[in-house]
Design a protein around this ligand. Structure first.
Ligand SMILES: CC(C)(COP(=O)(O)OP(=O)(O)OC[C@H]1O[C@@H](n2cnc3c(N)ncnc32)[C@H](O)[C@@H]1OP(=O)(O)O)[C@@H](O)C(=O)NCCC(=O)NCCS
Length: 156
């Protein structure tokens, strides 16, 4: 699984998907510390222990480096940055029944904009699954020779 590079300085302004989702009752925003136990447990149940561990670390950052999509007091998706490595985006995920509504894209853009605001010029998407999603949503480019990257030899 290769890494990808995103030009944060070339991101378009605004987050039209997040605006549209808000009209549909879905809020995309930075998580806050009291939500840690709920969000981390949600990530564990929906995805896996590794991602839950990374998400937990994102709650130790200041500001919290985790964004969530929520509706009716329910988590629909999450996206982290600066979890395993500084400058890395991820992990991210959307609940299966909610996919294809723009939630993953809105979380991605909100998180990358936050990284840019914190002073990064580029973001690295670590160990990508759906490269096409990142390429289409934010013009991410594969980094040559980045497999297995920082996750090589990880305990499983
Ligand atoms: C990847 C993921 C976060 C995308 O979330 P989502 O809410 O479905 O994404 P969006 O609705 O914003 O999709 C944006 C676009 O990317 C495309 N896309 C989404 N997932 C894709 C995938 N796996 N492969 C290729 N394209 C994908 C969509 O078709 C959509 O294109 P469109 O605008 O032309 O319709 C979600 O599929 C997911 O949680 N997957 C499992 C976890 C995962 O793989 N996380 C990433 C690890 S690097």
């Amino acid at each position: 699984m290769p890494d990808m590079l995103v030009k944060l300085y070339a991101l378009p302004d605004g987050n039209p998907d997040a605006v549209r989702l808000r009209e549909q009752g879905v809020e995309v925003r930075r998580a806050i510390a009291p939500e840690k136990y709920l969000v981390v447990e949600w990530v564990r149940q929906q995805f896996n222990q590794h991602w839950a561990s990374e998400c937990e670390v994102s709650f130790t950052r200041s500001p919290v480096s985790c964004y969530v999509a929520i509706a009716s007091n329910r988590v629909l998706g999450f996206a982290c940055y600066d979890a395993t490595m500084k400058n890395f985006f991820g992990p991210t995920g959307v609940a299966e029944p909610e996919r294809g509504r723009g939630i993953g894209g809105a979380l991605l853009v909100a998180t990358l904009q936050a990284m840019h605001a914190e002073g990064y010029a580029y973001a690295i998407i670590g160990g990508v699954g759906p490269a096409e999603f990142y390429q289409k949503a934010v013009g991410a480019a594969l980094i040559d020779g980045s497999t297995p990257g920082i996750f090589g030899g990880m305990l499983r």
